[in-house]
Design a protein around this ligand. Sequence first.
Ligand code: GUN
Ligand code: FE
Length: 572
Amino acid sequence: MAAENTFAFRGTYYHTPTYGSLDALRDVVLIVQEGKIVRIANGHEETAVQAEFGLAEVRRLKAGQYFVPGFIDTHVHAPQYLFTGTGTDVPLMEWLRKYTFPAECSFQDLEAARHRYLLLVKRFLANGTTTAMYYGSLHLQPNLVLVDSIERLGQRGVVGKVNMDRLSSDDYIENTADGLRDAEKFVTYTMGKKCSRIQPCITPRFIPTCTPELMKGLAEIAQKYGCHIQSHISECCGQVNCVREMHPEYASDAAVFEEMGLLTSRTVMAHGTLLTDDDIRHLARRGTAVSHCPLSNFMFGDAFFRVNHALSLGLKVGLGTDVAGGISPSMLFAQRMAVVNSRCIRAHKLAVSGGTTVTPEMEKDVITFKEALWLATVGGAQALDMADIVGTFEVGKEFDALLVDTNLSGTSGPFDVFEGEDDDQRFEKFINLGDDRNLIEVYVQGVCVKRGSEFPLERSGGGGAGGGVPEDDDRLMLASTPPEPAGADTLVDLANEEEPADSSVCNGNGDGAEGSVGGDNDGGDISGGVCGVDGSLQANEMRICGPDDRKRDDAYATAGGEAAPSAKRARH
Ligand code: GUN
Ligand code: FE
């Protein structure tokens, strides 16, 4: 009689426990019980461990099949999946206004949101993203739909309701107090699910769209609930110049975030291409991570993020697709872009040198596919404070894994394998050439969430214990959600709560109130208006929406006059 919720695979497992090395666990039997790896035995011990765990069978991988840890995407804008692959013709600050805010706002149509978010989560799972750190949108309800979709399909997620109370468009902005209230509601809703796969995240979009009052309030919520935090930092010249103009009293984005209390060991800041070494050291001291998003940095950034340099200064670094600033949802693609990015740095240094000699110093920034895989697994796990749970194949960790098949030949697969190629070469081909077709099964917490073109949990309607067990192969599927975190007594159930009365539908449906969702704000144009492409403050195309604009201006003055010295111009 098979032990309940236990299964085993015999074969080769690739992972990267240390940066720069690719380890192969060759011909091992890996046993998963209740979603966790409980034993990694040698292949020749198969009969013994099969008996010990009461397994009816140990499933053997075919030649050319391997397991690799599930990918961890540390930066995704869930609603932007809608327009991924389009609209990259303008700089960041204009891109937000032209494409991003209208698209995100349209998720107030909850039926549309439901449909789109199921497609999104399926697409990411199909591409091997077992864990994603998601930005949702501004309005509360669509974010609940996003959480429900992740829960249903069995993905692991850190999810945030976006907060913005200034410098957004009229119909996509919130009042500071409403934003704080909804952020807390989102946190309690998500924690109230008691699903250990899904955690809420405090999400001030970035400094230009968040008043100090909002950022400080959000930091308090994060502290109260022990939440993750995510935002964007030192992304490109337009953004950085905008912040410098709005907050001249601070030396850098990092100094602003520090003063607001948003740099914690559970914070992930996207991009960081323009961080100084002092900024990086400061983030490292706080335990804050950077999500390296090479593809969107190519699109919007004005500098390269130097992974090896940042790691050498002690920074935690994960990898992100940054959909839709990055035009691909694939973490394989992101890994390749990370490698290309690193070689661009080398090429740039050579060009600047004016010579034809590549020096060891120029080589320092170059990473290989092995380091890129580390970023996509272990680095991401560290960034999300999950390094003891996922990222490698080790006893005690949860089984988040991708079953890779390199046997797809001809046009049924993305690459060909030739005689004499060994496992390591086939695996390297997969990392460099493979795609979702090679990912024949995807596991999260020991549950098969994707097999072939099927998403088994969708059929069963939920990602809970034993969900989605197919009749033909149930030994692979059984797993239960681990024990729930304590302290859930403050949680509220918002599942059926009405949309807050002061919210409005901003486009598309025709049934919503028109205009701003900024509550009783009566104008509140920020003096100076919106930051332009080059970061300069321009005419009033966007609005600030706070409870009291006069108070907001005072708050700026206060922040300028009373900020802790360490956070101000003095370097930290
Ligand atoms: N900065 C503020 N918002 C965004 C966004 O949605 N994408 C990117 N890439 N950068 C941002
Ligand atoms: Fe982003």
